[in-house]
Design a protein around this ligand. Structure first.
Ligand code: TRP
Ligand code: SF4
Length: 330
């Protein structure tokens, strides 16, 4: 096993959707075979927006971890933890909070470009402003160097590196600089044709309740607007359904879509039905596993507790090194 530490996680604010899989989680599943991975359910990050509904956030922590495991994250290989169960993170966050100028945070696009919207949603708060500082602490508390995330997180990782450099400069520390690990997946579109996002509510869940709910969502997906009627030929490359086929379907099925769509040989209903079949093949075993993990008598809570203990032990080690570099309370 190589030395490089991998840290990642998802903000807890609802159920996971397939965009999360293609953007980051599939990298976790691959990387855990080669590297030590720390994978978190980031509930403090969830609370920056969901602070009015803390009990829901707690509920989704368990559900999200069940989804991680159902999709292939292996608690024997990876340390799976809950962010708020590692309070050492918050101490490092506080240390970082002092050495980072406000201007650095002000410039982060996920803040700057969202300010008006955040004000309207009553999410224009200090916790949300400092979100990337907490993210840096999440990574550095485990000595993370490689951070599998979606493209939207790149600016946060840049800030993490700037924080680490400043920490190392001020305290002659040796904290490693984290870098993003991106997948080559194109943007995943939601059923309304916009970017798939929890806040738009347009996602296909990573584990849909049933085959029926999956089919229903796939049927709602937008298609090539030129194909208003069954007789009209369409152009698959502009169609979100086709883009999703490219992720889930065989070469053979993709060719069937391309020719059938362009010649009006198949209808959009047929095309969507085939897509739902192919997604369901993958989702079905994950659904069974998730149900089992969330059922009474499963060992999910023990798995979570064990992960949190491992994470905490590592966090305490890092914090001792940090304090001693700073010559503060050490
Ligand atoms: N901000 C990340 C997201 O929204 C979640 C996250 C929190 C994270 N802390 C992290 C990701 C640390 C990687 C490393 O997806
Ligand atoms: Fe899209 Fe398939 Fe309909 Fe073509 S046949 S427009 S690819 S849904």
């Amino acid at each position: 096993m190589s030395e490089q530490i991998v840290v990642s996680g998802k903000r807890v604010s609802g159920r996971l959707h397939i965009g999360h899989w293609w953007g980051a989680i599939r990298s976790w599943v691959q990387l855990q075979n080669e590297k030590q991975c720390y994978l978190g359910a980031m509930d403090w990050h969830g609370m920056t927006s969901e602070y009015k509904k803390p009990s829901e956030v707690s509920h989704f922590v368990r559900e999200n971890i069940a989804e991680y495991i159902a999709c292939g994250v292996d608690p024997e290989k990876s340390v799976i933890f809950v962010q708020s169960q590692v309070p050492e993170t918050l101490e490092l966050y506080m240390i970082f909070a002092n050495l980072i100028p406000m201007g650095w945070l002000d410039r982060v696009p996920t803040w700057k470009d969202a300010e008006e919207e955040l004000k309207q949603k009553e999410m224009h708060n200090l916790g949300r402003f400092a979100y990337p500082v907490l993210q840096a602490a999440d990574i550095c508390i485990y000595g993370g160097q490689l951070v599998p995330v979606g493209q939207d997180q790149v600016s946060h990782l840049e800030l993490s590196r700037e924080i680490v450099r400043r920490f190392n400069f001020l305290y002659k520390g040796k904290m490693p600089e984290p870098k993003p690990y991106l997948t080559d997946t194109p943007l995943i579109l939601g059923i309304d044709g916009r970017k798939m996002s929890t806040s738009y509510g347009n996602g296909i869940y990573l584990v849909e309740e049933s085959e029926k709910t999956l089919r229903k969502k796939v049927n709602m997906m937008l298609t090539d607007p030129q194909r208003a009627r069954r007789e009209n030929p369409g152009e698959p490359t502009v169609c979100p359904v086709y883009k999703t086929h490219k992720l889930y379907s065989s070469e053979e099925d993709i060719t069937w879509v391309e020719t059938g769509c362009r010649s009006a040989g198949i209808g959009c209903g047929d095309c969507k039905g085939r897509l739902a079949d192919n997604i369901e093949k993958i989702m079905n075993p994950a659904r069974a596993k998730k149900t089992e993990l969330l059922s009474a008598g499963s060992n999910l809570d023990a798995i979570i507790q064990e992960g949190c203990e491992k994470a905490r032990a590592q966090a305490q080690k890092t914090l001792r090194i940090v304090r001693s570099a700073m010559k503060w309370n050490s």
